[in-house]
Design a binder for this molecule. Structure first.
Ligand code: ADP
Ligand code: MG
Length: 242
């Protein structure tokens, strides 16, 4: 069984079909890089995986549970699929440590002391132990995004979903975030990453997917697909991102 299975999955917003009968299976440990023009449905595809958007057709199974299940099962899926957004979405009034400790206290019912000692380890992992007691506004964008990654990891997800995690960052800050993501991939985390960082796709991705109009149009090995784009539209797209 694959950890994520799209079965003719569709998503409509009113009359607009944003995901069009997507079939896709993602195995544990894969690092899937998702690219495509603006509006092609990349964010929606990610958001359906953790139930932030409800699918309107077909089925979508995450770690054996259908996102259609609702209730407690949907909460379980949300826990298993951590999400990192372009805008870091940290709680502004909380310190880095409190941001990371929040989920485990709420979702896993840990005591404050337990949650905070785990949170400190996670901040260390993303290179921010020394910034634990700073609020987000006192951190750089790259540091905030690393806190957001630590926060997502804190509830022990099986899958990490990244939606253009470096798009809001200055070039010199992108790398520190990409390095944390590279480390996660090396540890075997299953990841689905929307990004236009093609060097990351080539070096870290195990699979590259090109989406157009809510459909998967290319699915292959990153280095091969980049070196030999199987469609003119992908070739044009790659020329514009690199
Ligand atoms: P991408 O991430 O590839 O740029 P999105 O998944 O964000 O694409 O959006 C795909 C399409 O769905 C776009 O046309 C967008 O305007 C539309 N869309 C996204 N979210 C909503 C929403 N909540 N309500 C209506 N339309 C939406
Ligand atoms: Mg998007």
């Amino acid at each position: 069984m694959s950890i994520i299975e799209f079965h003719k999955t569709s998503k409509h917003f009113g009359d607009l079909k944003v995901l069009d009968e997507v079939d896709l299976a993602i195995e544990e440990g894969e690092v899937v890089v998702l690219i495509g023009p603006s509006g092609s449905g990349k964010s929606t595809l990610l958001r359906c995986i953790n139930g932030l958007e409800q699918i309107t057709g077909g089925d979508l199974i995450v770690d054996g549970i259908s996102v259609r299940a609702g209730g407690r099962k949907l909460r379980q899926i949300r826990q298993e699929a951590g999400m990192v957004f372009q805008q870091f979405n940290l709680f502004p009034q909380m310190t880095a440590l409190q941001n990371v400790a929040f989920g485990p206290r709420k979702v896993r019912g840990l005591s404050r002391a337990e949650a905070e000692s785990q949170a400190l380890l996670l901040l260390e992992k993303v290179g921010l132990k020394e910034r634990a007691h700073h609020v987000p506004s006192a951190l750089s964008g790259g540091q905030q995004q690393r806190v957001a990654i630590a926060r997502a990891l804190a509830v022990r997800p099986k899958v990490m979903l990244f939606d253009e995690p470096t798009s809001a960052l200055d070039p010199e800050l992108k790398q520190e975030v990409l390095n944390v993501m590279r480390q996660l991939a090396q540890e075997g985390m299953t990841m689905v990453v929307v990004t236009h960082e093609m060097s990351f796709a080539r070096q870290v991705g195990s699979r590259l997917i090109f989406m157009e109009h809510g459909k998967i149009s290319v699915d292959g090995h990153p280095a091969e697909v980049i070196a030999n784009p199987p469609s003119d539209r992908l070739r044009d797209f790659l020329q514009h991102v690199e």
